[in-house]
Design a protein around this ligand. Structure first.
Ligand code: GTP
Ligand code: MG
Length: 198
């Protein structure tokens, strides 16, 4: 898919104030600092579209962007990061759960996982929650530039093995680096494929 236009629409913490247009919507979620906002900027060729920071907890609201006037891309606050205060964490949690419980336009969620880390309970639990609520999701392994290319499959295999303890099969997954701009075509083509089936 070619990105012709990518525009910011609205930020808010109130699900009822999210855009009302019935367009397919794709959400990006994961631990704080995993690289959600950076990935969104990479996908849309616009380094200033979503705000990024090396300090966890940068994205605090539900942010809607409209792509090619055809679909919404949503940047969400991160969940579970030790350096984010307890109060903020529960505030983000409420926003996130409200969003997933009520947003009917959502067609696919991309759960971002830092490729370097051991499988984390909070991510596994979050995917469990999506599964229980029949919310389709795929995984994006981020920051692939941080490990040697020869190790990529070893990291993925480890994650797969963990997933297979809970799931019958590994969900669809992508490997990306916002720094090296990899994974972009695969992710955008997947979105296009889904859009074409709707
Ligand atoms: P919150 O909004 O705080 O939840 O974080 P986020 O998930 O949106 O992360 P963000 O995109 O702001 O990135 C966090 C930090 O990771 C920033 O310092 C980025 O520059 C860095 N980062 C993001 N993606 C990559 C990547 O692919 N490679 C490398 N090396 N660094 C990355
Ligand atoms: Mg962010």
């Amino acid at each position: 898919m070619k990105i012709k236009t990518a525009k910011f629409v609205i930020s808010n913490s109130d699900i009822h104030k999210c855009p009302q247009e019935k367009l397919p919507e794709y959400a990006f979620i994961g631990r704080s600092n995993v690289g959600k906002s950076s990935l969104i900027n990479m996908l849309t060729n616009n380094s200033n579209l979503a705000k990024t920071s090396n300090k966890p907890g940068k994205t605090q609201l539900i942010n809607h962007f409209i792509i090619n006037n055809e679909w919404f891309l949503v940047d969400l606050p991160g969940y579970g990061y030790a350096k984010v205060s307890k109060k903020d964490r529960s505030k983000f949690q409420k926003i996130i759960h409200d969003y997933f419980d009520k947003r009917l336009q959502l067609v696919n969620t991309f759960v971002l996982i830092d490729i370097r880390h051991e499988p984390q309970k909070i991510d596994l639990e979050f995917m469990q929650y999506l599964g229980e609520n029949a919310i389709p999701f795929s995984i994006i392994f981020t920051k692939a530039d941080k490990i040697p290319k020869t190790k990529t499959q070893t990291f993925i295999k480890k994650y797969k093995n963990k997933m297979l303890e809970f799931w019958e099969e590994m969900p669809k997954y992508f490997i990306s680096s916002s720094m090296e701009k990899t994974g972009k075509e695969e992710i955008l083509n997947y979105i296009e494929e889904i859009n074409n089936t709707l």
